[in-house]
Ligand binder design. Sequence first.
Ligand code: IMP
Ligand code: MG
Length: 178
Amino acid sequence: MRNDIDHIMIDEQRIKARVEELGKRISQDYAGKDLYAVCILKGASVFFTDLIRSIEIPMEIDFMAISSYGNSRESSGIVQIRKDLDNNIEGKDVLIIEDILDSGQTLSYLKEMLSARNPNSLRICALLDKPSRRSAPVEIEYSGFEIPDEFVVGYGLDFSEKYRNLPYIGVLKSCCYS
Ligand code: IMP
Ligand code: MG
């Protein structure tokens, strides 16, 4: 599997340090609030489980599964809800935790959908941000790393459901997009 990786873009140490920083900022910003962290499955799963352990204030967690990508690299633009939240978020301070903000289609749709449920606040935290690919405007309050327009895998991110278990963010060799 690791032979499929052209190079490591962000190694484990850098990820760990940045996740801890984000956890500290979130802990400060949400002190005294009703933090409700929503993990967007499956891509954010690894980031989420690390991030919540860096948050030092009382909070709740929930999971939502959506799909916006088929087996290809490009966003289909169609967002399908496969698993909805378990609880009502009315009055909660909802923080959406995502793996990557690419075109922005997925998160702009999600944000609109969740804001209709009347949370007290609604913000986004994404591990990665590819601003050069944005086609839908989305405001992101917590971003781990800005990255160039390269397709990355690992630390939860997949290509055709594989490579999620890599402990770093890596760039796939072009031969492996098949
Ligand atoms: P968007 O709707 O184009 O912003 O796409 C968001 C979703 O596309 C993410 O949640 C990922 O699942 C997927 N995605 C976008 N870029 C990458 C990438 O470089 N590697 C793996 N998945 C990606
Ligand atoms: Mg994906």
